[in-house]
Design a protein around this ligand. Structure first.
Ligand code: GLC
Length: 569
């Protein structure tokens, strides 16, 4: 391929280590399990792994509360096993990026233990301390953002839960310590980082209070009850207003530049991709981050052709306007969001819609990120027994509903089961056998395995079935690898006669592809006119097509068809 970097041509696959594969039979995923499944990933056809945090953690936020940045969580294995994992992945030409949590540590991290011990220790200023809560700021997970520590007779700030104190990034020692962490894993050979929650790193220096007349639990509840467009608009505004002084504050661009300089000390084009949608974090296109996610597309309730078109227009125009042209990065799911199959389904055509959306990810311009299990069509599992919830933000919300808002416990359980991220973090479904083949029999897995593993939603059964979603993903991944225009081609949206389908071109000097995604249950005659081209040769379809080559003017697409064709003069 052309002079694109590896992270521009790659398809990424997110592994949530706790839920991917349990190699030692304790009900928790681990590195040994991941190593055993590397052949599966190579065969699937992905090029890179994003590994969610694998560091020691008290697990209030399942690894996103880190107590040691340069070790491996004992339940996942050892540093030696990590090295083996990295080596084995690289041996299969699979790169590995890690999760880098900059905003906060665990409250069990030695830095915080020292910091909270007195007002005059060496790390006294490593976190954000105040004498009195200066405002009404909320933590986005568990209510008040300021928590009292008797040893200092002071409060510390936490944007996330109280077990996740925010680091004071104005302190140069904090930076140096964290850049050392960054170098530690790069020295071992990892290929880059996914940056966690960067927009939370700095706070409004004036500590301006928010003006929303509610606290976090109240706002969550109001959001659930909102029905009319006006109510929905109002809660949307409240969410923005509640956190606007705690997010995206000055200082971030300089910090990202510094981090980029650290990354640039290394060879091999190591990658920085932010958990953020703001293209501004790409700086001038080469001095901050390499990628930010196209979250606006992930956030919509359902994907429609009009939405895709608008989304692409806005994103690509902004990326193109950077002094050094920016590269897009698309995803529809991760460990914080409802699973793609559930989120975007309409409960009638879920399977068809999932196939269209997969084709969308692999045909849009940009680097796709997949979330483990989407390739086999895993769905959300609503846990209605509050004692089985593992996501602290959900157990906190359940308690707030029952105790503070006096909501009936059965309803509270349902609401917590719906809002929790547990539903989209259940163990990977490898087989139809006990525990879905994730763990040995008679073990209680850390989260329940979705019962639909026994109804064919599992990797082994799907591997055997040529018509399965898994084989559909494999076909698309293979096509992407062998079709340069799908990776490097320019994108041009086409005018179409109805809003029910979406059509665009991907073009290089050598090749012009037509992609048509029909988001309706109707057949459509396309009546396409693309100047310079007469016929379309099918490279891929989600349906059986009777002819391999057709005149453009005669082209039709079937219900929910995803069609990729090469245009010919
Ligand atoms: C990010 C992570 C999320 C975590 C939070 C706090 O949003 O994706 O899982 O809870 O940061 O680290």
């Amino acid at each position: 391929m052309s002079d694109l970097k590896w992270w521009q041509t790659s398809v990424f696959y997110q592994i949530y280590p706790r839920s991917f594969a349990d190699g030692n039979g304790d009900g928790i995923g681990d590195l040994k399990g991941i190593i055993q499944k590397l052949d599966y990933l190579a065969d699937l056809g992905i090029d890179a792994i994003w590994l969610s945090p694998h560091f020691p953690s008290p697990n209030w936020d399942w690894g996103y509360d880190i107590s040691d940045y340069t070790k491996v969580a004992p339940e996942y294995g050892t540093l030696e096993e990590f090295k083996t994992f990295l080596h084995e992945a690289h041996a299969r030409h699979i790169r590995v990026i890690l999760d880098l949590v900059l905003n906060h540590t665990s409250d069990q991290h030695p830095w915080f233990i020292e910091s909270e011990s007195s007002r005059d220790n060496a790390k006294a200023d490593w976190y954000v301390w105040v004498d009195k809560p200066p405002n009404n700021w909320q933590s986005c997970f568990d209510g008040d953002a300021w928590t009292y520590v008797p040893e200092r007779d002071q409060y510390y700030y936490h944007y996330f839960m109280k077990q996740q104190p925010d680091l004071n990034w104005h302190n140069p020692e904090v930076k140096q310590a964290m850049w050392d962490v960054v170098r530690f894993w790069l020295d071992l050979g990892v290929d880059g980082y996914r940056l966690d929650a960067i927009s939370t790193i700095f706070e409004d220096p004036n500590l301006t209070p928010h003006e929303v007349p509610l606290n976090l639990a109240g706002l969550r509840r109001l959001s659930e009850l909102a029905q009319s467009p006006e109510e929905i608009r109002q809660v949307g505004e409240y969410w923005v207003d509640m956190f606007k002084y705690q997010l995206a504050q000055p200082g971030l661009h300089d910090l990202m530049k510094e981090l980029r300089a650290v990354i640039n000390e290394y060879d091999g084009d190591r990658l920085l991709v932010a958990e953020d949608e703001d293209i501004a974090y790409m700086g001038n296109g080469e001095d901050e981050l390499h990628l930010v996610f196209n979250f606006p597309l992930l956030k919509v309730g359902s994907i429609t052709p009009a939405l895709i078109q608008l989304n692409q227009k806005e994103r690509l125009e902004r990326l193109d306007a950077l002094p050094k042209r920016g590269w897009p990065c698309n995803t529809l799911g991760n460990h914080d969001n409802s699973r793609i199959h559930t989120h975007f389904g309409d409960k009638i055509y879920d399977a068809q819609i999932a196939r269209l959306n997969a084709a969308l990810m692999f045909t849009l311009r940009g680097t796709p990120f997949l979330y483990y299990g989407e390739e086999i069509g895993m769905t959300d599992l609503i846990i209605t027994d509050p004692t089985r919830l593992r996501d602290t933000m959900a157990t906190w919300y359940y308690d707030a509903l029952v105790n503070d808002l006096k909501i009936d416990p059965a309803e509270a359980a349902l609401r917590a089961g719906e809002m929790t991220r547990d539903k989209n973090r259940t163990p990977m479904q490898w087989t139809s056998g006990p525990n879905g083949g994730f763990s040995s029999e008679n073990i209680e897995t850390w989260l329940p395995v979705h019962p639909n593993h026994a109804q064919g939603i599992n990797a082994r059964d799907e591997a055997k079935n040529p018509a399965s979603l898994l084989n559909y993903y494999k076909r698309l991944l293979r096509l992407r690898r062998s079709t340069p225009a799908l990776v490097e081609g320019e994108y041009t949206a086409l005018e179409v006669a109805t809003g029910e389908y979406f059509a665009f071109l991907r073009t290089t000097n050598m090749q012009t592809l037509l992609v048509v995604l029909n988001y309706s249950n109707q057949r459509h005659s396309l009546e396409m006119a693309v100047s310079g081209f007469k016929t379309a040769r099918t490279l891929f379809s989600s349906l059986e097509r009777s002819k391999a080559e057709e005149r453009l003017t005669n082209l039709t697409v079937g219900p929910f068809e995803a069609l990729i064709a090469e245009l010919q003069a």
